[in-house]
Design a protein around this ligand. Structure first.
Ligand code: ACO
Length: 410
């Protein structure tokens, strides 16, 4: 059997596999595996970034140079936002100006509020309402990508809060510009100024999920903006990508599983039954991590602290037992695939402890991730080219289309 060379070139990487003869990657007759290209882009480097680095083997996440665990639990969201948008942490005066600028963009236009009310009347899911409202953020104004980024980051908490209240027949809470970003989000949703502990726990969460390499929604955003489309369009598309259950839609079902299990002794039978039915355990497994997701550690510690200071400690203990049982059974079922806890498992626990209903878990993820989407879009606009990969055509060729004598031309 003769061996072949597969040459795959991306703007950033060239990989050459073994061979006697080169295959032209433009030749559509070669299926993707022969052309050395995984169908779902697994392992493919599609861009370069200064924003975050995911080391899936070591289980490390670096945010613009800082280890996640050193940054997320201690920095304010505003500091992390400045870091991702400007490439370094702010000086004190810069931090004040940036915080004021962000806070000054929190209010929603009358039209956005009207759309949210209409959406609430149809009981639209909060993540869908967020997608609709996000698209309207550019209405009636021509802004620069940098302004769009700031407006989107500042508006997302207000949109989610106003929508949740509308869904529950409540008026939106007047916007406050004196609260930090995380506290402002809690205020918008619950209508009361949060304790320092609650605001800190939420800031830790938002910092933890703000960026994560070239995940599906970030890739979607970069593809959209790579056409030189606007940043608000890119962010709207990213919300659509995030909401799928294999990406940002997992924490609700993860928490449902913990509640369904109810007591530690039921963990084994319930999880076995799920795996027997071929179900995936939400909150476990990851495309990149082959060890425990470092974000799960940061959030588990935040949740532990939070639950110890007045939350439902029994629920936290149950979740830990569910996690241990799930990991044991996944190892038993899939010894060849390293399936570990991902960020969504402890997201569910922390956000539930903060009082968020599960319908707001994915929108809250978006409140954090809109920062990463924005920063990636700005980076793409600055450094990138049109993202336009190829597909391998594997359908038939040479079929004959019979017009038929009696068919009128259209
Ligand atoms: N539970 C049970 N089995 C699983 C799980 C899981 N959570 N995850 C993967 N597997 C199994 C698959 O069924 C598959 O088995 P098979 O080879 O017998 O068909 C094998 O492991 C490989 O699965 P893939 O889908 O190829 O793995 P991939 O890297 O594409 O999936 C993903 C990653 C989508 C996250 C997957 O692990 C999953 O569905 N997890 C549950 C959903 C979840 O928690 N999503 C949140 C991810 S984190 C984030 O996006 C923020």
């Amino acid at each position: 059997m003769s061996s072949v060379t597969v040459i795959y070139r991306s703007p950033f990487e060239t990989a050459i596999c073994s061979s006697d003869a080169a295959i032209n990657i433009d030749n559509p007759r070669y299926p993707p595996q022969i052309r050395g290209m995984p169908e779902d882009l697994e392992g493919v480097v599609a861009t370069s970034t200064r924003l975050s680095h995911v080391d899936g083997e070591a289980g490390r996440l670096t945010i613009a140079g800082y280890a996640l665990e050193d940054l997320a639990p201690y920095a304010s969201f505003e500091e992390v936002a400045y870091l991702l948008l400007h490439g370094r942490l702010p000086e004190p005066a810069e931090r004040v100006r940036f915080t004021q600028d962000l806070a000054g963009r929190r209010a929603l236009s009358r039209l956005v509020l009207e759309v949210l009310h209409e959406a609430a009347a149809t009981q639209a899911r909060p993540i869908d309402a967020l997608r609709m409202a996000a698209a309207l953020l550019s209405l009636g104004r021509e802004e620069s990508p940098g302004d769009d980024a700031m407006t989107a980051i500042a508006s997302f908490p207000t949109i989610v809060g106003a929508y949740w209240r509308a869904l529950n027949g409540q008026e939106p809470v007047p916007v406050r510009s004196d609260l930090p970003h995380a506290a402002h989000y809690l205020h918008q949703v619950f209508g009361a100024e949060p304790s320092t502990e609650r605001a800190r726990a939420l800031a830790t969460y938002l910092n933890t999920v703000c960026d994560h390499g070239l995940n599906a929604s970030t890739f979607a955003a970069r593809v959209i903006v790579s056409t030189r489309s606007d940043l608000i369009s890119a962010i709207t598309g990213a919300v659509g990508a995030l909401k799928g259950p294999l990406h940002g839609g997992a924490p609700g079902p993860a928490l449902d599983m913990v509640f369904e299990i109810g007591t530690p002794e039921r963990a084994e039978s319930v999880i076995r039954a799920k795996l027997d039915r071929g179900e995936r355990l939400m909150g476990f497994g990851h495309r990149i991590y082959r060890v425990r997701d470092p974000r799960a550690d940061v959030l588990a510690r935040a949740a532990e602290r939070f639950y110890a200071s007045g939350g439902d400690q029994r629920l936290y203990d149950l979740a830990q037992q569910v996690e241990a049982t799930a990991l044991r059974l996944l190892r038993e079922r899939k010894p060849e695939r390293r399936l570990e806890t991902n960020v969504e498992f402890y997201t569910a626990l922390l956000l539930h402890g903060l009082g968020f209903p599960s319908e707001l878990f994915t929108p809250t993820f978006a409140v954090g991730r809109v920062l990463g989407w924005s920063a990636h879009c700005l980076e793409q606009l600055r450094d990138g080219r049109l993202i336009r990969p190829q597909s391998a055509y594997i359908g038939p060729t040479g079929l004959h289309y019979d017009r038929g004598p009696a068919r009128p031309a259209v």
